[in-house]
Ligand binder design. Structure first.
Ligand code: NAD
Length: 531
C-alpha cells in the first residue's frame, strides 16, 4: 500500500481517483503547520500540495519514506527542489492543466485594463453615469510584446492576433521555427521588444535571470503610455519601478495577478494596488472550475503512476525531455540499469570512470535518461534504495566517478546497442546490451566475448579455457547441488582459447558451491550476479 498525504484542497475528482486506486491509502490534512508537517510526513510515500504548504529541506529530511512530491499547479516556489533531489525524491507538477485558465485571465486583465472596467463597474454601481471618464484604448492595431513565449505566452499571442494585434516576443530559449508557426516575430534582445510594444505581458517562470527583469532601466526604454501585464509570477516586474512608472505617467496602466509577496501586505504593494491605473486580482490565474479539476486529476494520476513505477510525467528533477513517452523508453532504461548493475557486481577495485557509448537511433536520442538509468543500476548494488533516477548522477559525482557519453546514429551488429566501459583502479570491463524484439534486454558483449545472455535474476558468469568437458563438469556440479540451470549462453574468442559463460540459475547459490566451481580444472573465474 502506498501512503499519500494531501495537504491542500485538491477537489473531489482527484480524491475519487485516489479512492479508486486499490493500492493507495491517503489522508487529507489541510494546510498543516510546519511542526505538524514534520511530525507526520515520515510515514508517507507521496505528498500532494498546492501552493499553500511549503515543502522545505527540513520537511524532506523528515520524510523517511517519501518518493514523490506532487504540486497541483505550475509554480514550484514552495518546493525546495534541490533538497528533494539530494534525497532522491521525485518532484512533479502539472504545468499544462492551468495554461488556458491563465491565458484567459491575461486576456481578461488586458481588456479590463484598457477599458477601465473595474472603475466603470464600480462607478455605475454607485449610481453614477460618467461615460467620458472611461475613455479606453483598443487592442486592434497595437503591438503586443510577449516576454516568454511558452505555453501561456504563445496562447496569449494567438488570441491577441484575433484582436488584430501585431505580436512580437522575446524568448532566448525558443527557436524561431516555433515562433514562426504562430506568426510571432521573435526579437533578438529585450530592448527591441521594450521599444516597440504598446502592451507588454510577461510569461516567464521566476528564475534568477527573470527576477526583476523589468526594472527602472527597462521601463525607461518603453514607449510612453505603455501598458504592462503580469500574470506570471510576482517579482518579474520590479514593483517599485512599476509604481514609479505609473505615478510618473510613463506607464498608462498595469494589470497584475501575482505579487512579490502574497497576500500583498507591504506598504509598496498597498500603494500600488490603490492606484486607479492598476487592475488587480488575487492570484486567480488558475482559478477556473476546469483548471482546478484538471490540475487535481492530473497530479493524482501522475503521483499514482510514479509510485507504481509505471510512468513519470512532468517530473521536474528527472532527466526526461518533455514529451518523451516513458513507456517506450522504459525497456531501454531497464537495459541500461541492468548493464550498470552487472558492472558493479563484476568489477574489482575502485571505479574511476564510466564511458557509455550509445549506438543506434533509438538510444542516441535518449543519452541523458539512459545514462542516469545506467548510473542508478551501477550504484544500486552498493547504495540500494538510496539511489534513484533523481540522485544517481549526483551520487556518482560525489563518489568521484567521471562519466562520459558518446553517441552514434548507426550501430553495427544490432540496430541499437548500449556499450559501457567501466575503468577501476584494478581493471577495465566492457558490457554491451541490446533489446530483442524492442522489449527483452540482452547482454550481447561481456568484455570481448560476444554472447546473447538474458540478464534476468541470478546467474553465474564463468570464464574458462575452451576445452572439451568443461560444460559437463560445471553442469554436473550444479546438478549435484540441486541448482537448476535455466539458460546457458557461451561466447568464445577462438576454438581452444578462452570462453565466457552466462548461466542463468533458478535460485542463487552459496559460497561453498562457488568455491567448488572455482576448483574445477580449466575454470579461471566464477562470479555470481543478480540483475
Ligand atoms: P512555460 O515554461 O511553458 O514558458 C515559459 C517560457 O519562458 C519558456 O518558453 C522559456 O523559454 C521562457 N523564458 C525563460 N527564461 C526567460 C528569459 N530570461 N527571458 C525570456 N523568456 C524566458 O511556462 P508557462 O506554463 O507558460 O507559465 C508561464 C508563467 O505563468 C510561469 O511563471 C507560471 O508560474 C505562471 N503561471 C501563473 C498562473 C497564475 O495563476 N497567475 C497560472 C499558471 C502559470
Amino acid at each position: 500500500m502506498h501512503k499519500v498525504l494531501i495537504t491542500d484542497d485538491i477537489g473531489s475528482a482527484g480524491l475519487a481517483l485516489l479512492d479508486a486506486a486499490h493500492d493507495v491509502k491517503y489522508d487529507v490534512v489541510k494546510l498543516p503547520t510546519r511542526e505538524k508537517m514534520l511530525e507526520i510526513i515520515g510515514e508517507y510515500d507521496a505528498v500532494i500540495t498546492r501552493s499553500g504548504t511549503p515543502l522545505t529541506a527540513d520537511v524532506f529530511a523528515a520524510a523517511r519514506e517519501l518518493k514523490v512530491a506532487g504540486r497541483a499547479g505550475v509554480g514550484m516556489d514552495n518546493v525546495d527542489i534541490d533538497a528533494a533531489t539530494l534525497r532522491g525524491i521525485l518532484v512533479m507538477n502539472t504545468p499544462e492543466a492551468n495554461t488556458l485558465a491563465a491565458t484567459e485571465l491575461t486576456l481578461t486583465l488586458m481588456l479590463a485594463m484598457c477599458r477601465y472596467l473595474p472603475l466603470a463597474n464600480a462607478s455605475i454601481k454607485r449610481g453614477e453615469w460618467t461615460r467620458s471618464k472611461f475613455l479606453g484604448v483598443q487592442l486592434h492595431n497595437k503591438t503586443l510584446g510577449v516576454i516568454g513565449l511558452g505555453r501561456i505566452g504563445s496562447r496569449v499571442a494567438i488570441r491577441c492576433q484575433a484582436f488584430g494585434m501585431k505580436v512580437i516576443a522575446y524568448d532566448p530559449y525558443l527557436s524561431e521555427e516555433v515562433a514562426d508557426r504562430i506568426h510571432v516575430q521573435l526579437v533578438g534582445d529585450l530592448d527591441e521588444l521594450l521599444a516597440a510594444a504598446d502592451i507588454i505581458t510577461v510569461h516567464t517562470p521566476l528564475t534568477d535571470e527573470t527576477r526583476g527583469m523589468i526594472g527602472t532601466r527597462e521601463i525607461a526604454r518603453m514607449k510612453d503610455g505603455v501598458y504592462l501585464v503580469n500574470c506570471a509570477r510576482g517579482g518579474i516586474i520590479e514593483e517599485q519601478a512599476l509604481y514609479n512608472g505609473l505615478v510618473s505617467g510613463k506607464i498608462a496602466g498595469a494589470a497584475i495577478d501575482v505579487y512579490s509577496s502574497e497576500p500583498p501586505r507591504t506598504d509598496l504593494l498597498k500603494q500600488l494596488l490603490a492606484l486607479d491605473k492598476v487592475v488587480a486580482t488575487p492570484h486567480i490565474g488558475a482559478n477556473t472550475v476546469e483548471a482546478q479539476r484538471d490540475v487535481a486529476v492530473q497530479i493524482v494520476q501522475q503521483v499514482i503512476d510514479a509510485l507504481r513505477g509505471e510512468n513519470f510525467r512532468n517530473v521536474v528533477n528527472l532527466p526526461f525531455a518533455e514529451g518523451v513517452d516513458y513507456r517506450s523508453l522504459a525497456p531501454y532504461m531497464s537495459l541500461a540499469e541492468k548493464i550498470g548493475s552487472l558492472h558493479m557486481q563484476l568489477i574489482q577495485g575502485r571505479i574511476g570512470r564510466v564511458e557509455v557509448e550509445f549506438r543506434g537511433e533509438e538510444v542516441e536520442e535518449h543519452v541523458k535518461p539512459l545514462t542516469v538509468a545506467l548510473l542508478k543500476g551501477l550504484l544500486a548494488p552498493i547504495l540500494s534504495d538510496a539511489v534513484n533516477y533523481v540522485n544517481a548522477p549526483r551520487l556518482a559525482e560525489e563518489r568521484g566517478i567521471v562519466v562520459s557519453q558518446t553517441r552514434h546514429p548507426a550501430a553495427e551488429d544490432y540496430s541499437n546497442v548500449i556499450l559501457c566501459r567501466v575503468i577501476s583502479t584494478r581493471e577495465t570491463r566492457l558490457i554491451g546490451g541490446a533489446l530483442f524484439l524492442k522489449m527483452q534486454p540482452r547482454i550481447v558483449l561481456l568484455d570481448d566475448f560476444r554472447i546473447d545472455a538474458l540478464p534476468n535474476g541470478p546467474a553465474l558468469i564463468v570464464s574458462n579455457q575452451d576445452v572439451p568437458g568443461v560444460i559437463g563438469k560445471v553442469g554436473t556440479l550444479l546438478g549435484a547441488n540441486n541448482i537448476n540451470i535455466a539458460e546457458w549462453r557461451m561466447g568464445r574468442r577462438e576454438p581452444g582459447g578462452m570462453a565466457m559463460s552466462y548461466i542463468n540459475i533458478d535460485a542463487p547459490t552459496n559460497d561453498e558451491v562457488l568455491a567448488q566451481l572455482r576448483a574445477l580444472p580449466m575454470i579461471l573465474e566464477v562470479r555470481q550476479v543478480t540483475v
